[in-house]
Ligand binder design. Structure first.
Ligand code: HEC
Ligand code: HEC
Ligand code: HEC
Ligand code: HEC
Length: 182
């Protein structure tokens, strides 16, 4: 009995210690490419929306709807269709497994690997005043890695049933979306 009480105290103590960091990491919602694209579509901004729309990432969810995908899923031993299989969705989609309260009205799971798959859920950093500062955006949930390959290898790795060796330079060129200088 005493042991149990002590254990509970210890547990609550650890929770109190751990929770604040979890809470600050958790509450951001997904907005969707259309929301990001409102500001990131002009030539001056760098046409990130168009570059993404023309990339394979925009098709990643739709790929799971193909017979080829269902065949791969079956070969892997899954009993569900590829598009209903979490083990496929985790690299081919975003926001399919979060609470509905965190999904913005314009968000579309069909957009596959989208802006927020790489840059983080944007409900708090999408405001102009925040976006203008990298530091503030990061504080409000924007993902920023100094090493660009870090964005990629979470999905481009041998866990992918169709994995091809990932050559960063070559692949980055296909999806690069810079803000033009000047
Ligand atoms: C209200 C307009 C607006 C919206 C909406 C918006 N952004 Fe931005 N974003 C900006 C501006 C302005 C900058 C400043 C950088 C620049 O264009 O020079 C910026 C910068 C960025 C950067 C670069 C940060 C850096 O430090 O290099 C990323 C990444 C980004 N936005 C992603 C997104 C994503 C993802 C979304 C959707 C969740 C989004 N933005 C929504 C206006 C916006
Ligand atoms: C597959 C991952 C991925 C996707 C999808 C993606 N980005 Fe990026 N984005 C990156 C990486 C990597 C960088 C470079 C950041 C760096 O320099 O480390 C970047 C940079 C940016 C920048 C800053 C560019 C600059 O020159 O400062 C903006 C703005 C941006 N992304 C907006 C978007 C928007 C809007 C979308 C969706 C339409 C999007 N991104 C989709 C990975 C991605
Ligand atoms: C959330 C998972 C995810 C992340 C993160 C991701 N990718 Fe992808 N990527 C995919 C998937 C899934 C496909 C296949 C899409 C399809 O064909 O349906 C793909 C396809 C691609 C393709 C097209 C392949 C080809 O041969 O033309 C390029 C290029 C690419 N990714 C580059 C990148 C780069 C560069 C990064 C990092 C900056 C990155 N990806 C990050 C999941 C991801
Ligand atoms: C670890 C991340 C990851 C997982 C898990 C994953 N994929 Fe993919 N998938 C990718 C990437 C990245 C690509 C782009 C090509 C490559 O490098 O494999 C891709 C490409 C594909 C393609 C296009 C094939 C081609 O040659 O372009 C199909 C179909 C596919 N995946 C189906 C599936 C199915 C079905 C599942 C679940 C059983 C699955 N994927 C699980 C990351 C993943």
């Amino acid at each position: 009995m005493l042991k149990k009480v002590l254990f509970t105290f210890l547990f609550v103590g650890i929770l109190a210690f751990v929770l604040p960091t979890n809470l600050s990491a958790q509450p951001y919602g997904y907005e969707g490419t259309q929301v990001c694209g409102m500001c990131h579509k002009t030539e001056k901004a760098g046409q990130q929306l168009k570059i993404w729309q023309e990339s394979k990432h925009a098709q990643a969810y739709k790929t799971l709807l193909t017979p080829e995908a269902d065949k791969i899923a079956a070969e892997k031993g899954f009993k569900t269709k590829a598009v209903e299989t979490k083990e496929c969705l985790k690299c081919h989609a975003t926001g399919y497994d979060v609470d509905k309260s965190l999904i913005g009205t314009k968000f579309k799971v069909e957009d596959g690997v989208q802006c927020e798959s790489c840059h983080g859920a944007g409900s708090a950093y999408k405001a102009m005043a925040v976006m203008k500062s990298r530091e503030e955006s990061i504080k409000k949930g924007m993902t920023f890695h100094e090493d660009k390959t870090k964005y990629c290898v979470g999905c481009h790795n041998p866990e992918s049933p169709t994995y091809k060796e990932f050559k960063f330079e070559e692949m980055w060129k296909k999806i690069e979306h810079k803000v033009p200088k000047g």
